[in-house]
Design a protein around this ligand. Structure first.
Ligand code: NDP
Length: 246
């Protein structure tokens, strides 16, 4: 496979790290953003020890200006972005009748508006070069809804609406756009959920366990090779059988 430039937002997190590592082992040149420089450099050094060289640029994906500057800095270091994984995300869980405007806005800005902010600066280059891969990391809870996550479920469902529109607009330009919708994965995001709640979640998963970040990275990698040229606008659910709808 040709070596490509891959930008994975939120690459320092649980799922992002696994995606970065997988894409690097496929021979791609990988990059991510950071907000906290000291933490990011420590992570970068750990990746280097594992043999993975990651280009990094500062950037809050919730800000259009930051995201554009981050993309330009990555392009300066590695060249044009050919593979984009919109992975950065947060939760601010509470039932809707108690939700503040800030909790709503932070989640929509970070999970959904970030897709605009980061994809907009790369899409024209992909169209000019007539090749690209754009993959959104959505969530099972964008497919089925979740008590206490109206903000998160709205953002994650919106990501797939974004995917299928972008897929239509860019198919003729050699760009595929797809979504991966993970179920519950054993990362900090899920380990922060109280243990009794986690046990109830696991009880609903037919495979009887949480997913691993590597299992999401595998699904992302599936969309990248030339053999995947005809797969666009798809949503790949990776959830241990917990939800089998669209
Ligand atoms: P983590 O909390 O481990 O990682 C999240 C990453 O996103 C971090 O690198 C974080 O950086 C970054 N990030 C958050 N906000 C911003 C921002 N405003 N600008 C730039 N970077 C930001 O989460 P996961 O790895 O578990 O989740 C990754 C994605 O997968 C998310 O979109 C999540 O919604 C989705 N997902 C996760 C599931 C799970 O079970 N874990 C299930 C379904 C979907 P920083 O260190 O600076 O905060």
């Amino acid at each position: 496979m040709q070596s490509r430039v891959a930008l994975v937002t939120g690459g320092t997190g649980g799922i992002g790290t696994a995606i970065i590592e997988r894409l690097a082992r496929m021979g791609h040149r990988v990059a991510t953003n950071y907000r906290d420089e000291a933490r990011a450099r420590a992570w970068q050094a750990r990746m280097r020890e594992r043999g993975v060289e990651v280009a990094m640029a500062p950037g809050d994906v919730a800000s259009p200006e930051h995201a554009e500057a981050m993309v330009r800095e990555i392009e300066r270091q590695l060249g044009p972005v050919e593979i984009l994984v919109n992975n950065a995300g947060i939760t601010r869980d509470t039932t809707f009748h108690k939700m503040s405007a800030l909790q709503w806005q932070e989640v929509i800005n970070t999970n959904l508006n970030s897709c605009f902010n980061v994809t907009r600066p790369v899409i024209e280059g992909m169209r000019e070069r007539r090749w690209g891969r754009i993959i959104q990391i959505s969530s099972i809870n964008g497919q089925k809804g979740q008590y206490g996550q109206a903000n998160y479920a709205a953002a994650k469902a919106g990501m797939h609406g974004f995917t299928i529109s972008l897929a239509q607009e860019n198919a003729r330009f050699g760009i595929t756009v797809n979504t991966v919708s993970p179920g519950y994965i054993a990362t900090d995001m899920v380990m922060a959920v109280p243990e009794p709640v986690r046990e109830k979640i696991v009880a609903q998963i037919p495979t009887g366990r949480l997913g691993k970040p590597e299992e999401i990275a595998y699904a992302v990698a599936f969309f990248i090779p030339e053999e995947a040229d005809w797969i666009t606008g798809a949503n790949l659910a990776v959830n241990g059988g917990q939800y089998m709808g669209w």
